[in-house]
Design a protein around this ligand. Structure first.
Ligand code: ATP
Ligand code: MG
Length: 366
């Protein structure tokens, strides 16, 4: 083999449930795809989530966060499960995720919704509508109404009880998410749709003004704007019109879930959370699936595709990323399916065998 010219350190956070099973597969795929492109990885596995809670009493131990901060990228499995749902300390393993995102200052969440030709029938939409859908939702993750102040409970002038939250975006917050979105569109098909509610909300008017200003830096990208109510409708009416979508925290929360349901394949969907610099966090969108954990039934492809996003959006290693994406397509073309995507006439395999098949394809895919 050629001498590796590029080295990266990767923090692996397998987590709970099916997390360790899918991370083990994705790690091997990453290693092989990398070595074929002259990349060498060093992996460090750290506890996070319920397992860290059992081990150290907290969902995100300090050593885990500092290892993550020092690495080039973080690949995460899934966290949580029945076992920790009602503990006496009332600590949820999922709070570790929020702490990790804050600790790494990742403010952009990228979630693709791609209807693969082999899995069109899994879509919740009619075949003609679903075929060829390939959308990336870029969601602002650390600002907006989920974090804005003032917030809380109180009473209004007439003494009635109220609850309230505040939508706030500052210039630097919109500018940086807009830049991530334009860069993402550039790595995809060159079209960006910014979704807001600028006909009603000042925070949205400001959002639109800043996105439009940043567009001047990206004359090669075709920018459009859409109101969120219309976007929610268009996503199910004609999703193929979208390439990359950028939107605020709350609209992105809703639209990214809506977009992912179009594909109907939760075991296939990756995600990335990126900051301005420093390591990104790459993870499948599915949970720890405790109902199938430890049974070699999990679909590892969402995590394998998260490893491809790690290469493409985290390290800028697009050739190695393409190798993995091609290998997943190839494996599906050969008819291999885990239980969640199985249909008559295909070959049912477990998590490990699916991993072995992807490895074979990585080796032979160009
Ligand atoms: P969350 O953890 O997001 O709060 P949840 O626990 O309901 O939600 P998941 O853990 O994603 O969601 O599981 C939802 C269903 O999808 C379960 O029946 C699970 O078995 C199935 N599932 C999730 N991920 C996979 C996968 N990778 N392969 C196969 N089935 C999966
Ligand atoms: Mg779960």
């Amino acid at each position: 083999a050629a001498t590796p010219s590029r080295r990266y350190s990767i923090t692996l956070l397998p987590g709970d449930g099916i997390g360790p099973e899918v991370i083990s597969v994705a790690k091997n795929v990453l290693k092989l795809a990398g070595s074929l492109e002259g990349i060498e990885f060093s992996f460090q596995e750290m506890p996070m989530g319920g397992c860290a809670f059992d081990l150290a009493g907290v969902p995100l131990p300090e050593e885990t966060l500092s290892a993550a901060k020092q690495s080039d990228a973080v690949l995460l499995g899934a966290i949580g499960g029945y076992k920790w749902d009602n503990n006496e300390k009332h600590l949820k393993p999922e709070t570790g995720l929020l702490q990790l995102r804050q600790g790494l200052n990742v403010f952009a969440n990228l979630r693709p919704a791609t209807v693969l030709p082999q899995l069109v029938d899994a879509s919740t939409l009619k075949k003609e509508v679903a075929e060829g859908v390939d959308i990336m939702v870029v969601r602002e993750l650390t600002g907006g109404i989920y974090f804005g102040k003032p917030r809380g409970f109180g009473t209004n002038e007439s003494g009635e009880e109220i609850g309230f939250n505040t939508e706030v975006y500052a210039t630097h917050e919109v500018d940086r998410i807009a830049r991530v979105a334009f860069e993402t569109a550039r790595k995809r098909h060159g079209k960006l749709c910014s979704v807001d509610k600028a006909n009603v909300l000042e925070a949205s008017m400001f959002w639109r003004k800043r996105v439009t200003a940043i567009a001047a830096e990206y004359p090669d990208i075709e920018l459009s704007h859409m109101y969120v109510d219309n976007a929610a409708m268009q996503l199910v009416r004609n999703p193929k019109q979208f390439d990359t979508i950028v939107t605020n925290n709350i609209f992105g929360d809703i639209l990214s879930d809506e977009a992912s349901m179009i594909t109907g394949s939760i075991g296939m969907l990756p995600s990335a959370s990126l900051g301005a610099s420093g390591p990104g966090v790459f993870e499948p969108i599915h949970g720890s699936a405790p109902d199938i954990a430890g049974q070699d039934k999990a679909n590892p492809l969402a995590t394998v595709l998260s490893a491809a996003m790690l290469l493409k959006y985290g390290l800028g290693e697009e050739k190695a990323a393409k190798r993995i994406e091609n290998a997943v397509q190839d494996t599906l073309n050969k008819g291999f399916r885990t239980g969640d995507i199985y249909s008559a006439g295909t070959k049912l395999v477990g998590c490990n065998e699916m991993g072995e098949e992807v490895l074979k394809s990585v080796d032979s895919s160009v």
